[in-house]
Design a protein around this ligand. Structure first.
Ligand code: HEC
Length: 282
């Protein structure tokens, strides 16, 4: 054999093996590590657990005001309402706990999850509604007080437990949903042509008008969130909706496929951080 061809063949084998190795390593877990490392280098003084506090992890002045607000938590009414709704159940003489077949304190950490039967991402909200529909009850509107109160209650029960979202390795559809959420996150949109990444990674810590931009890492830990500005508790998707509207882009449906996949990606990035919802924000 010609010596040069021989060398070239070995080079190809080598490059091929390297590619297989790189592809095997790439994926959600590698993404998450890179995401975390970025913020750790960017804000070396901020301990990991602090990211669960959103923008207050990096804004001292706003943090003091927030601490004061938390002394009389403005979301308390939602916890009471959520507990009542949980006890009332989905109808049909059964309980929500029976649908989830889990300790109620261990439900929130695993959402969103990939639902292999439906072939799509299930969030806590769509899981609650599925439970209701299976009992012949009506689905709750995703911006209804009852739905948000239920999620506030479940978040509260899970306080202190780490997020543990799974993208199953043996389920290509789960990986595809994760990838589409990731793509949404990095895509520029709207008249302002901004991506989530532009504001909540690259510009984290900077101001847009009167608001300081918080890091994306840790955002899902504290939802739903009481907004003083609105005087109500809102879901993570309502917050997504607000950020998409602010860049003057076309709106997406609450709990539609785009936002569910986005939540899947974003929450996976925060795996390991402790749930501290519901939260309170300006
Ligand atoms: C033009 C800048 C901008 C863009 C683009 C943007 N946001 Fe925001 N977002 C903000 C501001 C300002 C706030 C309020 C301050 C904060 O908490 O970061 C905010 C808050 C949030 C919060 C609430 C954080 C908390 O702790 O309560 C979430 C979640 C969020 N954004 C997600 C997103 C996602 C997902 C995208 C992409 C679809 C996005 N944002 C795009 C400016 C932006």
């Amino acid at each position: 054999m010609n010596k040069r061809i021989h060398v070239r063949r070995w080079l190809l084998v080598f490059v091929g093996a390297w590619l297989v190795w790189a592809v095997a390593l790439a994926g959600p877990e590698q993404d998450r590590q890179a995401f975390v490392e970025y913020f750790q280098q960017r804000f070396p003084q901020v301990p990991m657990s602090e990211y669960a506090n959103g923008v207050y992890a990096i804004d001292e002045d706003a943090r003091a005001q927030w601490r004061e607000i938390e002394e009389f938590p403005p979301y308390e009414f939602a916890l009471e309402e959520g507990e009542n709704a949980w006890k009332k159940g989905p109808g049909g003489g059964t309980t929500y706990a029976a649908c989830f077949q889990a300790d109620p304190a261990d439900i929130r950490p695993h959402y969103p999850a990939f639902d292999a039967r439906a072939g799509q991402v299930e969030t806590l909200e769509t899981a609650l509604n599925r439970c209701r529909l299976e009992q012949g009850a009506e689905a709750l509107a995703y911006d209804s007080e009852e739905m948000i109160a239920l999620t506030a209650y479940l978040a509260y029960l899970s306080r202190g437990r780490p997020l543990q979202v799974a993208v199953p390795q043996d389920e290509p559809r789960a990986l595809a949903a994760y990838e589409s959420g990731k793509q949404f996150y990095y895509s520029k949109r709207g008249q302002l042509n901004f991506s989530c990444y532009d504001c909540h990674v690259i510009s984290a810590g900077q101001y847009v008008r009167a608001d300081r931009l918080g890091p994306s890492l840790g955002q899902p830990t504290h939802f739903p969130v009481y907004r003083s500005k609105l005087g109500q508790v809102i879901s993570l998707h309502q917050r997504f909706h607000g950020c998409v509207r602010d860049v003057r882009a076309k709106p997406f449906e609450l709990q539609g496929e785009e936002f569910r996949n986005l939540e899947y990606f974003l929450t996976y990035m925060s795996n390991g951080l402790e749930i501290n919802g519901p939260g309170a924000r300006k």
